[in-house]
Write a protein that binds this ligand. Structure first.
Ligand SMILES: [Zn+2]
Length: 207
């Protein structure tokens, strides 16, 4: 049971509160203990190790935190931090989102980027926005999911030539959330960081 808990994931934010990656709880506690990170409470306050233990291990507090996990140590218990913030940018090396078919599907949410409808994976193609025959590359910013019908209509044309508009400009996702199953079992406390940052990332790169 304890082993399971120590393997559950903690979201790591950099100093600017942007998601960097996820690590297991044991590593997360190690970082807080060593002072290289702070734990983020459900009150959005960053706590150092000592304060975290004192504040969030109070039993009266614990009863209010239904569903949160605790790690029992010999003399005290520690609330397993779901989110930590690194104290230093140097420690925040960013994992690259792997350029894969699966990750393109996740990025585009199984939605045709031209007609904006959701489809089953087998009904979707990976479209080259600028066609390959016109020098378009197979890169994050030149691929978009397209249903078979839209793909046929577009043919070997650019969206502008075909009079079609992309739902959003394709970009390389900034975070490797893709690799840790977005949407399936994200703790509530991660959502405000993961959802907004991940989806706003494409908007801020459009300019
Ligand atoms: Zn379509």
């Amino acid at each position: 049971m304890l082993v399971d808990l120590l393997n559950s994931r903690t979201l790591v934010l950099n100093k600017a509160w942007q998601p960097v990656n996820t690590i297991n709880v044991k590593e997360a506690i190690g970082k807080i203990y060593s002072g290289s990170a702070k734990a983020l409470g459900t009150d959005y306050v960053a706590y150092d190790f000592e304060t975290w233990v004192l504040t969030w291990s109070d039993l009266s507090m614990v009863s209010k935190l239904d569903g949160h996990k605790f790690i029992a140590c010999q003399k005290f218990q520690i609330l397993a931090p779901e989110v930590i913030i690194l104290n230093d940018y140097k420690g925040s090396h960013r994992r690259e989102a792997r350029f894969s078919r699966r990750n393109i599907f996740i990025r585009d949410k199984y939605t045709c980027q031209y007609c904006h409808r959701k489809f089953a994976p087998k009904e979707l193609n990976i479209d080259h926005v600028i066609p390959r025959s016109r020098g378009g590359k197979t890169t994050w910013d030149n691929v978009a999911l397209s249903c078979i019908k839209c793909n046929t209509v577009k043919g070997a044309r650019t969206p502008a030539e075909a009079g079609m508009k992309l739902l959003k400009t394709p970009v390389k996702p900034r975070w490797s959330a893709l690799q840790c199953q977005v949407g399936s079992k994200i703790p509530e406390s991660w959502k405000s960081f993961v959802d907004t940052l991940y989806w706003n990332a494409s908007l801020s790169e459009e300019s």
